[in-house]
Write a protein that binds this ligand. Structure first.
Ligand code: 5RP
Length: 221
Protein backbone atom coordinates (compact mmCIF):
# COMPACT_ATOMS: atom_id res chain seq x y z
CA UNK A 1 0.00 0.00 0.00
CA UNK A 2 1.29 3.46 -0.88
CA UNK A 3 1.74 6.26 1.66
CA UNK A 4 -1.07 8.09 -0.10
CA UNK A 5 -3.43 5.13 0.32
CA UNK A 6 -2.57 5.06 4.04
CA UNK A 7 -3.37 8.80 4.27
CA UNK A 8 -6.70 8.15 2.60
CA UNK A 9 -7.52 5.40 5.09
CA UNK A 10 -6.89 7.75 8.00
CA UNK A 11 -8.94 10.47 6.31
CA UNK A 12 -11.86 8.11 5.78
CA UNK A 13 -11.83 7.03 9.44
CA UNK A 14 -12.13 10.68 10.49
CA UNK A 15 -15.57 10.89 8.86
CA UNK A 16 -16.91 9.03 11.91
CA UNK A 17 -16.31 12.16 14.00
CA UNK A 18 -18.35 14.43 11.73
CA UNK A 19 -22.07 14.90 12.26
CA UNK A 20 -24.82 16.19 10.03
CA UNK A 21 -25.23 19.95 10.35
CA UNK A 22 -21.81 20.50 12.01
CA UNK A 23 -19.53 23.39 11.30
CA UNK A 24 -16.05 21.89 11.40
CA UNK A 25 -12.49 23.13 11.13
CA UNK A 26 -10.55 21.80 8.17
CA UNK A 27 -6.76 21.73 7.91
CA UNK A 28 -4.41 21.69 4.96
CA UNK A 29 -2.34 19.15 3.03
CA UNK A 30 -2.62 15.99 1.00
CA UNK A 31 -4.21 13.95 3.83
CA UNK A 32 -6.81 16.65 4.37
CA UNK A 33 -7.41 16.78 0.62
CA UNK A 34 -8.51 13.14 0.87
CA UNK A 35 -10.71 14.06 3.82
CA UNK A 36 -12.43 16.87 1.87
CA UNK A 37 -13.01 14.59 -1.09
CA UNK A 38 -14.39 11.77 1.06
CA UNK A 39 -16.55 14.16 3.04
CA UNK A 40 -18.07 15.31 -0.22
CA UNK A 41 -18.49 11.76 -1.56
CA UNK A 42 -19.80 9.92 1.47
CA UNK A 43 -19.69 12.03 4.62
CA UNK A 44 -22.59 13.57 6.53
CA UNK A 45 -23.82 16.85 5.08
CA UNK A 46 -22.14 19.56 7.13
CA UNK A 47 -23.42 23.09 7.55
CA UNK A 48 -20.07 24.73 6.81
CA UNK A 49 -16.32 24.54 7.27
CA UNK A 50 -13.78 26.93 8.74
CA UNK A 51 -10.71 26.59 6.57
CA UNK A 52 -7.05 26.87 7.55
CA UNK A 53 -5.75 27.97 4.16
CA UNK A 54 -6.64 29.45 0.81
CA UNK A 55 -5.82 26.07 -0.77
CA UNK A 56 -8.32 24.18 1.40
CA UNK A 57 -10.91 26.93 0.94
CA UNK A 58 -10.69 26.45 -2.81
CA UNK A 59 -11.12 22.68 -2.50
CA UNK A 60 -14.01 22.96 -0.07
CA UNK A 61 -15.82 25.42 -2.31
CA UNK A 62 -15.21 23.24 -5.36
CA UNK A 63 -17.11 20.49 -3.50
CA UNK A 64 -19.96 22.87 -2.73
CA UNK A 65 -19.08 23.11 0.97
CA UNK A 66 -19.75 26.51 2.48
CA UNK A 67 -16.68 28.16 4.05
CA UNK A 68 -17.26 30.41 7.05
CA UNK A 69 -15.06 32.96 8.71
CA UNK A 70 -13.92 31.81 12.17
CA UNK A 71 -15.15 35.09 13.66
CA UNK A 72 -18.68 34.26 12.57
CA UNK A 73 -18.50 30.55 13.35
CA UNK A 74 -17.39 30.86 17.00
CA UNK A 75 -16.14 27.80 18.88
CA UNK A 76 -15.96 24.61 16.82
CA UNK A 77 -16.60 21.05 17.98
CA UNK A 78 -14.14 19.44 15.61
CA UNK A 79 -10.93 20.21 13.76
CA UNK A 80 -9.50 17.68 11.31
CA UNK A 81 -5.94 18.12 10.08
CA UNK A 82 -2.80 16.23 9.15
CA UNK A 83 0.71 16.53 10.59
CA UNK A 84 4.35 16.16 9.60
CA UNK A 85 5.26 14.36 12.82
CA UNK A 86 3.34 13.11 15.86
CA UNK A 87 4.85 11.84 19.11
CA UNK A 88 3.19 9.42 21.59
CA UNK A 89 1.75 12.38 23.54
CA UNK A 90 0.08 13.58 20.32
CA UNK A 91 2.30 16.63 20.17
CA UNK A 92 2.91 17.56 16.58
CA UNK A 93 5.13 19.26 14.07
CA UNK A 94 3.01 20.95 11.43
CA UNK A 95 3.53 23.50 8.70
CA UNK A 96 5.11 21.43 5.94
CA UNK A 97 2.40 22.92 3.74
CA UNK A 98 3.00 26.40 5.11
CA UNK A 99 -0.41 26.85 6.72
CA UNK A 100 0.75 26.54 10.34
CA UNK A 101 -0.56 29.85 11.66
CA UNK A 102 -4.15 29.48 10.55
CA UNK A 103 -4.01 25.79 11.46
CA UNK A 104 -3.00 26.68 14.99
CA UNK A 105 -5.75 29.26 15.25
CA UNK A 106 -8.45 26.84 14.11
CA UNK A 107 -7.08 24.07 16.35
CA UNK A 108 -7.21 26.44 19.32
CA UNK A 109 -10.82 27.33 18.51
CA UNK A 110 -11.86 23.67 18.43
CA UNK A 111 -12.93 21.44 21.29
CA UNK A 112 -11.58 18.30 19.62
CA UNK A 113 -8.60 18.04 17.27
CA UNK A 114 -8.57 14.82 15.27
CA UNK A 115 -5.23 14.43 13.52
CA UNK A 116 -4.99 12.14 10.49
CA UNK A 117 -1.65 10.68 9.40
CA UNK A 118 -0.03 7.73 7.74
CA UNK A 119 2.24 5.70 10.01
CA UNK A 120 5.46 7.26 8.68
CA UNK A 121 4.55 10.42 10.65
CA UNK A 122 4.68 8.69 14.05
CA UNK A 123 7.94 9.27 15.94
CA UNK A 124 9.18 8.81 19.51
CA UNK A 125 10.75 12.29 19.67
CA UNK A 126 9.84 15.23 17.42
CA UNK A 127 12.52 16.93 15.38
CA UNK A 128 13.61 14.90 12.38
CA UNK A 129 11.18 16.87 10.24
CA UNK A 130 12.42 20.47 9.88
CA UNK A 131 10.48 22.70 12.26
CA UNK A 132 8.65 25.48 10.35
CA UNK A 133 8.64 28.95 11.89
CA UNK A 134 6.52 31.66 10.24
CA UNK A 135 8.25 35.02 10.54
CA UNK A 136 7.48 38.64 9.64
CA UNK A 137 9.86 39.30 6.71
CA UNK A 138 11.85 42.12 8.39
CA UNK A 139 12.67 39.85 11.37
CA UNK A 140 13.94 36.94 9.25
CA UNK A 141 17.69 37.29 9.90
CA UNK A 142 17.30 38.17 13.57
CA UNK A 143 15.08 35.15 14.20
CA UNK A 144 17.44 32.94 12.18
CA UNK A 145 20.31 33.98 14.50
CA UNK A 146 18.24 33.17 17.57
CA UNK A 147 17.39 29.75 16.16
CA UNK A 148 21.11 29.10 15.58
CA UNK A 149 21.69 30.12 19.21
CA UNK A 150 19.22 27.44 20.19
CA UNK A 151 21.23 24.82 18.28
CA UNK A 152 19.15 24.75 15.10
CA UNK A 153 20.01 25.31 11.47
CA UNK A 154 17.34 27.54 9.91
CA UNK A 155 16.81 27.66 6.17
CA UNK A 156 14.54 30.09 4.39
CA UNK A 157 11.78 28.28 2.47
CA UNK A 158 12.51 29.56 -1.02
CA UNK A 159 9.81 31.30 -3.04
CA UNK A 160 7.17 30.85 -0.37
CA UNK A 161 4.98 33.61 1.01
CA UNK A 162 2.35 32.42 3.46
CA UNK A 163 -1.36 33.24 3.22
CA UNK A 164 -0.54 35.91 5.82
CA UNK A 165 2.21 37.53 3.73
CA UNK A 166 5.12 36.18 5.75
CA UNK A 167 8.14 33.90 5.22
CA UNK A 168 8.98 30.50 6.69
CA UNK A 169 12.24 29.32 8.24
CA UNK A 170 12.60 25.53 8.32
CA UNK A 171 14.81 24.52 11.23
CA UNK A 172 16.78 21.29 11.35
CA UNK A 173 18.98 19.97 14.12
CA UNK A 174 16.57 20.45 17.03
CA UNK A 175 15.81 17.36 19.09
CA UNK A 176 12.56 18.33 20.70
CA UNK A 177 12.50 16.38 23.96
CA UNK A 178 10.59 19.25 25.65
CA UNK A 179 8.45 20.60 22.81
CA UNK A 180 6.20 22.69 25.09
CA UNK A 181 9.22 24.66 26.35
CA UNK A 182 10.59 25.17 22.83
CA UNK A 183 7.18 26.27 21.56
CA UNK A 184 6.89 28.82 24.38
CA UNK A 185 10.43 30.10 23.90
CA UNK A 186 10.18 30.65 20.13
CA UNK A 187 6.70 32.14 20.44
CA UNK A 188 8.05 34.93 22.62
CA UNK A 189 10.46 36.35 20.07
CA UNK A 190 9.21 39.52 18.38
CA UNK A 191 8.77 38.84 14.68
CA UNK A 192 7.71 35.22 15.12
CA UNK A 193 4.14 34.79 13.95
CA UNK A 194 3.88 31.10 14.71
CA UNK A 195 6.04 28.05 15.35
CA UNK A 196 4.88 24.78 13.86
CA UNK A 197 5.04 22.96 17.18
CA UNK A 198 1.59 21.93 18.35
CA UNK A 199 2.65 20.82 21.81
CA UNK A 200 0.78 23.06 24.27
CA UNK A 201 -2.35 22.25 22.30
CA UNK A 202 -1.64 18.95 20.59
CA UNK A 203 -4.13 16.60 18.99
CA UNK A 204 -6.85 14.92 21.04
CA UNK A 205 -6.99 11.88 18.81
CA UNK A 206 -4.53 10.53 16.28
CA UNK A 207 -5.84 8.36 13.46
CA UNK A 208 -3.01 6.41 11.88
CA UNK A 209 -3.51 4.76 8.51
CA UNK A 210 -1.24 1.92 7.40
CA UNK A 211 -1.24 -1.21 5.25
CA UNK A 212 -2.67 -3.16 8.19
CA UNK A 213 -5.64 -0.82 8.68
CA UNK A 214 -6.44 2.15 10.85
CA UNK A 215 -5.50 2.71 14.47
CA UNK A 216 -6.92 5.45 16.68
CA UNK A 217 -4.56 6.63 19.42
CA UNK A 218 -5.00 8.84 22.44
CA UNK A 219 -2.20 10.68 24.15
CA UNK A 220 0.12 8.47 26.21
CA UNK A 221 -0.04 9.43 29.90
C1 5RP B 1 0.25 21.97 6.39
C2 5RP B 1 0.40 20.89 7.39
C3 5RP B 1 0.06 19.51 6.96
O1 5RP B 1 -0.91 19.01 7.82
C4 5RP B 1 1.28 18.65 7.03
O2 5RP B 1 2.30 19.25 6.24
C5 5RP B 1 1.00 17.24 6.52
O3 5RP B 1 0.76 17.27 5.15
P1 5RP B 1 0.35 15.99 4.32
O4 5RP B 1 -1.01 15.61 4.76
O5 5RP B 1 0.41 16.47 2.89
O6 5RP B 1 1.37 14.91 4.59
O7 5RP B 1 0.78 21.09 8.52
O8 5RP B 1 0.72 23.20 6.88
Amino acid sequence: MSQDDAKRRAAEAALAYVHEGDTIGVGTGSTVNHFIELLDQKGPRIEAAVSSSEASTERLRACGIKVRDLNQAGALDLYVDGADEADPHLRLIKGGGGALTREKIVAEASRRFVCIVDESKCVRVLGDFPLPVEVIPMARSMIARKLVGMGGQPKLREDVTTDNGNVILDVTGLRLTDPVAVEQEINQWPGVVCVGLFARRGADLLIVGSASGVETRQAAS
